[in-house]
Design a protein around this ligand. Structure first.
Ligand SMILES: [Zn+2]
Length: 225
């Protein structure tokens, strides 16, 4: 290791004899061309810490090239990403498929968010808010109470100006969600009430069956929805 004094002397010598030093370097490289890369590498590693400190300092002071050239940095990054994408397309596709497989909640959340945006709905909710709401409501369908796969149901539908805020959302099974369709909770409640009353109309059809009419007969008018 050279002392500071030695280093200072070397710097001064270089400043005064720059041409001569460079000429000697050139001659040495020509005598031993195979050693040049090795010497360059050694120099690179010898000054690694110093160089890092220099760049960190410039970055901290906001003087780095990237900070002075935000436009060109963005362009350069974009070009790099494009090349990277083309080079790694196949691996990326495999990785994406695996990610989709192992993140079903996130995938469903993203597509629900996209759908709400397409309707121009106000408000938004996070995946965590949705999961919390499911837990709060017992992880069962809000309408039929069954323990099935749950989807987001908008109490006031998006098609009727409902928001995508968590307060407008309840968990519902696919069946209830699609039967409710564009109805509000109150309207859907009336429909399910009416359905519950329907069994009292059934005896007519069971008596038909007794007299030997097959089940392929068309339903009685009272049975039609
Ligand atoms: Zn249901």
């Amino acid at each position: 290791m050279r002392t500071d004094a030695q280093r200072e002397r070397a710097r001064q010598y270089y400043a005064e004899n720059r041409e001569r030093v460079l000429e000697l370097d050139r001659a040495r490289r020509q005598r031993n061309p195979e050693r040049a890369p090795e010497i360059r590498r050694a120099c690179y590693f010898r000054n690694h810490e110093k160089r890092l400190a220099y760049h960190r300092g410039r970055f901290a002071r906001g003087q780095s090239w990237a900070q002075r050239n935000p436009e060109r940095t963005r362009e350069r990054d974009r070009a790099y990403q494009k090349v990277y994408y083309l080079d790694h397309r196949a691996e990326q596709a495999v990785r994406n498929a695996a990610w989709i497989q192992s993140n079903p909640d996130r995938v469903a959340h993203n597509s629900a968010t996209r759908r709400a945006r397409e309707y121009g709905a106000d408000g938004s909710h996070t995946l965590q808010e949705w999961l919390d709401k499911c837990v709060l409501l017992g992880n069962v369908c809000f309408y039929c109470g069954e323990d099935k796969t749950l989807v987001r149901d908008h109490k006031v539908p998006l098609t009727r100006g409902g928001t995508n805020d968590i307060r407008n959302i309840v968990p519902a099974c696919r069946s209830c969600n699609s039967r409710k369709h564009t109805m509000t909770v109150d309207e859907f409640g009336l429909v399910t009430e009416r359905e519950k009353m329907r069994p009292t109309l059934r005896p007519a059809s069971s008596s038909l069956r007794i007299v030997g009419v097959t089940s392929s007969v068309s339903p009685l008018p009272s049975e039609r929805p």
